[in-house]
Design a binder for this molecule. Sequence first.
Ligand SMILES: Nc1nc2c(ncn2[C@@H]2O[C@H](COP(=O)(O)OP(=O)(O)OP(=O)(O)O)[C@@H](O)[C@H]2O)c(=O)[nH]1
Ligand SMILES: [Mg+2]
Length: 190
Amino acid sequence: MINFSNTTFIKSAPSIKEAPQGLFPEVLLVGKSNVGKSSLINALCNKKALAFTSGKPGHTRLLNYYNVDDKLYLVDAPGYGYAKGGFDLDKLFGEMMDDYFSKVTRLKIVLVLLDSRRELNEDDIEIINYLEEKNIRYKLVFTKVDKINQSEKHKLITELKRYDFSENEVIFVSTLKPRTFDALRNVLQN
Ligand SMILES: Nc1nc2c(ncn2[C@@H]2O[C@H](COP(=O)(O)OP(=O)(O)OP(=O)(O)O)[C@@H](O)[C@H]2O)c(=O)[nH]1
Ligand SMILES: [Mg+2]
């Protein structure tokens, strides 16, 4: 059993070269900026401010490594779909991810975070296709499910079917409902 409460921040790495590699299998989080990646780490690990969250998109610009109970690394990646003040986060994201996937040795799974309120966009589809092509194991995780009602959730599930995903293949989470993280913990246990 993994004790998710026993999680500590290890380091921020500008690239995978500087990452604490190889000791434990790693779980990479990707998703649009502001989707709730850092919040998910906090909720998963029952911590308030382990990962820095922000109302402003584009906050996380490095690969942030967390050690979960000496069993896993959680890796918080920069978000995509956001550019400001001449800083092209998408370029950084693309380069960082190509480098990451070419060098990572013990990747357990990629969590692709999607905002429950929004339809999948081109960037989301692009990353899913990328993972499919490279045969990388991944899971879709819909965040902020507290912000949608039951009929919106049904609509989302219907939309997912267009992309050949079924309801039981995806996970819905909300930081306002801690129990929603149980399913995700189960996926990471195995
Ligand atoms: N209502 C609600 N708000 C959430 C939830 N998860 C995250 N948020 C809010 O969404 C905002 C962005 O969350 P972050 O966790 O910082 O998002 P991020 O994906 O790490 O963003 P970047 O680091 O910029 O890529 C914050 O204001 C969070 O409080 C959720 O489940 N429900
Ligand atoms: Mg973040």
